[in-house]
Design a protein. Structure first.
Length: 139
């Protein structure tokens, strides 16, 4: 009987993952680590050059555009936690053990290295609040 927590099941899972992962990564340029926790409804409109690290957490209904990194801070070995309905624009980097609240829009070409609460539009290098009380209903 199948048990997802057994050693054999985990080894089989990783074997199949890496058997498919390597060619898929080279064809699409998308690298999502199998241990990343991703909620329902993730939307990637353009599958090119997206990296999501091992311990990243992404909430429900997120949108991630091309050339985006959601990565570890190698000094702390922590990755970002993104809330629900987060929109990440093209060529953005979100790095380190930071929290981004629900309904946050990260503008293109942004670098996010600190926490942001919910309902915001953020952007820039480093990212700062552009607009507060943002409600992302029709993206």
């Amino acid at each position: 009987m199948y048990n997802k927590n057994s050693k054999v099941s985990k080894l089989l899972y990783y074997f199949l993952f890496f058997l498919l992962y390597i060619p898929y990564k080279h064809i699409t340029g998308v690298e999502i680590h199998p241990e990343a926790k991703i909620g329902e409804g993730l939307f990637i409109p353009h599958c090119t050059s997206i990296i999501i690290s091992k311990s990243a957490v992404i909430g429900n209904e997120a949108t991630i555009h091309q050339c985006t990194t959601i990565g570890l801070n190698y000094k702390t070995n922590k990755a970002p936690i993104l809330g629900d309905n987060v929109f990440i624009g093209t060529n953005s980097s979100i790095v380190g053990g930071i929290n981004i609240g629900d309904n946050v829009k990260v503008l293109p070409n942004s670098t996010v290295t600190k926490d942001f609460s919910k309902d915001l539009i953020i952007g820039g290098v480093p990212a700062k609040i552009i607009k507060e009380n943002n409600i992302l209903k029709d993206l």
